[in-house]
Write a protein that binds this ligand. Sequence first.
Ligand code: APR
Length: 309
Amino acid sequence: MGRKKITIVGAGHVGAHAALWAASKELGDVVLVDIVEGVPQGKALDLMEASPLGGFDAQILGTNDYRDTEGSDIAVITAGLPRKPGMSRSDLVVKNAPIVRNVVDELIRYSPDTFIIIVTNPLDAMAYVAKSVSGFDRKRIMGMAGVLDSARLRAFVAMELDVSVEDVTAFVLGSHGDDMVPIPRYTTVAGVPLAELLPKERIDAIVERTRKGGGEIVSLLKTGSAYFAPSASVIEMVESILKDKKRILPCSVYLEGEYGLNGLFMGVPVKLGAKGVEEIIEFKLSDEEKDALNRCAESVNGLIGAINL
Ligand code: APR
């Protein structure tokens, strides 16, 4: 069996680092696509030249031509504009929707059987655009947000308690944005619930920092947004699918009644394996958590309404 083919559209900060993570984990060959001539080619060549040092075997091709993406097993879409300081995720919707529409059109022409993971923000709305354009089954199309938000929460908990990040599990649901729904009840350190380890004020502060995690990086960087953790997060999803790991990860998926929501993408726990979104897992939520999830749904529906499909 040959190597898997991973296409990454958008060779910017997130896309290029996703290519690095994917190649260095030897998940498959990587095709890096961008609209700007030379950039994907240059970054792909630089990565090929890094491969003897990183000790990984992967072909990394940079291109502006979707014909090179033919037969992709999985495609990650990072193409679009990142958030600038002072810009909300909703400001992005009008700019990024036509880009995502065009990219999906091109991708599925050459890879009708591919899985698609959306990273472009605001991703719950962009995933909706991708599903509408492709007509794909909901198993094959998803957005990356929960893995990143959960990783941020895990990192903050590990920093606070001075323990290994590996022993911290966390779940963040809902939309990617200020009204995301971190669930401290399901956040544990080596199986011990966080509430037994930290006072409520510290948990609240960590949850708040997670909620504003993207904005904290944007205000530090000043030009552009986070990319190390976002790229690692999307590749965790790619790995779970390509290796059929069946990991339970929070991902943005199209809901058809789960959690009482219908007809929109929202971050919930799912099982990711060789068939894509193999299962949507319905946790028991408190009334307060359900209300928070419903508020996310309202804001995502608001964004979708702003897009002219
Ligand atoms: N087709 C292909 N590539 C495109 C297109 C298009 N139609 N339009 C823009 N691009 C490319 C840009 O040329 C750029 O190289 O997308 C890339 C985006 O990269 P960056 O500007 O570095 O943005 P990045 O930080 O990678 O973020 C990308 O991911 O996390 C989200 O909010 C973030 O939506 C943003 C996306």
